[in-house]
Design a protein around this ligand. Sequence first.
Ligand SMILES: [Zn+2]
Length: 469
Amino acid sequence: MATVLIKGGRIVTAVDDYQADILIENGRIHTIGRDLAAGPGVEVHDAAGLIAVPGGVDVHTHLDWDFGVARTVDTFATGTMAAAFGGTTTVVDFCNQNRGESPLKGLEDWHKRAASAAVDVGAHMIMLDVTDQSLADMKTLMAREGVTSFKLFMAYPGVLMIDDAGLFKAMRIAGSNGGMICVHAENGLVIQVLVEEAVKRGHTAPKYHMLTRPASMEGEATHRAIALSELAEAPLYVVHLSAAEALHAVTEARDRGVPVHAETCPHYLFLTGEDYERPEFEGAKYVMTPPLRDHSHQAALWRGLATSDLQVVSTDHCPFCFNEQPYGIKYSKQQGKDDFSKIPNGAPGIETRLPLVFDGAVRARGMSLNRFVGLTSTTPAKLFGLFPRKGTIAVGSDADIVLFDANESWTIRAAEQHSRVDYTLFEGRQVTGRVKKVFLRGRLIVDGPEWKGREGMGEFVRRGECGKI
Ligand SMILES: [Zn+2]
């Protein structure tokens, strides 16, 4: 494997910011220093004028996810290629237990699908049954399989929802074995009442997705999950936090020293519920859960990022095409044309996370570059047991490096993205900050617009203890 030298970049990690060269051997960072000499046969990349940041870590993706009525349209090959073009070199994807089966079987199936990944991948396990056997299997997943985080749903009764007893039991097992529970926090049963009433009244347009999932029910469930995790003495991670009420619960608990962590996603930071009003069913493109909310929530989320009550920005990349063709109705939002409750919930975003966060946080709001790296790489790597192999630029770490141009302005267009999905939530948005080159374990995989990676080159990453920053 080639020795690689990245020369003259400005290295930015979650704590440092300096000018130096990076020498890579056998996929790892070997030396960082000034004026390193390129010996014979060394592959040299000029990073003058660019920022070198650790490869992005996206801990919330749903690639090639089949849940019966719908299936996400990206394979691991296409989804991870899109991730790479967006500067993400590690994704932690959601694998699921099938009801009545062992989660270990779910992991085995997931490994087959994930084999085509072009960046490194880890797995969280979605638990659908909490039984004595599946609780024992959780221990095996943590001790033997490198799967140290679990997702439980407080929403979608009858499909994905786990009751409070199951949630509490899973928390205790995770907490006492170095694992962490991730929750989708919404009050599923109450939301179901609102959804059924809306459909009965003929309120079937996409905007009713938002109107039947009130922010207060996200706040309630977040508060409840925190209380259960405190009793279970387990760290908690709240996924895709969108509501001010939920953030208040997280902030209040963190102020008391409770180990609660939370992420938000770019769409909650940049978009509002007004998008549900788009004509010709286009509002369906924005149907993800929790829904987009109003400006007051958005302001609260930006404040949360500034105060560290929100520690991570991940994508919740869960892509369904808007159009039925070419992949078919199972992959399309058109399933819900006459009934919002049948629109597959989810939206794409895996390729635009770094530029959007850079543009919105660093350029527009004066956040430090270090904090930008923390939100998009270092903190998720630490919380999910990937650090220091991932999440930083340091001697001995994997040479996952992104060369980023902080000054280039460009316009986001679905036609130029690499996912199989046929739209982006950010069509036509101009952003400043662009990924120029991406290295995965020392190999150049993205070179401007050129794809140099290949499917299957991603490795499964066994993760360690979770919940530590
Ligand atoms: Zn999700």
